[in-house]
Design a protein around this ligand. Structure first.
Ligand code: FES
Ligand code: FES
Length: 132
C-alpha cells in the first residue's frame, strides 16, 4: 500500500525537531483526523536555510513532513510556497488516495510558516493556503 520511500521517510524521518529562534513558525491541524503539524524555518535573504518539523499524526503525514522539509531547504520563499502537496506525494512515489489529505497538511503548514516570517519582517502575508 505504501511505497518504499514513504516507509523510509516514516521510519527515518528527516528534519525532526525544532529550531532555536526560528524566523518563521507554522502550525496546522487537520480537523478530520485531529493530526497536528508544526514547522520551523530559518530564513536569510528570503532563502530557507533550514526547516524542521514536529508532527503528531499518521505515517503519511510524517513522511510528507519529512519529504517537504527536505524539498524546501535551499529554496526561496516563493519556490517553497509553490511546493504543492501533489509534488510532495510524487516525490514519495505516491500516496494512497485516502492519504492525500495528509500531504495537504504539509503544504498548509509551510504556507503558515512562510506567512509568519513575512509578517515578522513587516510584509503582507501571501494569499490564504488553498483549501484541501
Ligand atoms: Fe482531507 Fe483536507 S482534510 S483533504
Ligand atoms: Fe491525519 Fe494523515 S490521517 S494527517
Amino acid at each position: 500500500m505504501y511505497s518504499e520511500k514513504v516507509m523510509d521517510h516514516f521510519m527515518n524521518p528527516r528534519n525532526v525537531g525544532t529550531i532555536d529562534n526560528p524566523d518563521g513558525v507554522g502550525e496546522e491541524g487537520n480537523p478530520s483526523c485531529g493530526d497536528i503539524m508544526k514547522m520551523y524555518l530559518k530564513v536569510e535573504n528570503d532563502v530557507i536555510l533550514d526547516a524542521k518539523f514536529q508532527t503528531f499524526g499518521c505515517g503519511a503525514a510524517i513522511a510528507s513532513s519529512s519529504m517537504a522539509t527536505e524539498m524546501i531547504k535551499g529554496k526561496t520563499l516563493e519556490e517553497a510556497w509553490q511546493l504543492s502537496n501533489k509534488a510532495v506525494a510524487e516525490a514519495l512515489d505516491g500516496l494512497p488516495p485516502i492519504k492525500m489529505h495528509c500531504s495537504v497538511l504539509a503544504e498548509e503548514t509551510i504556507h503558515k510558516a512562510i506567512n509568519d516570517y513575512l509578517v515578522k519582517t513587516g510584509r503582507e502575508p501571501w494569499g490564504e493556503p488553498a483549501a484541501c
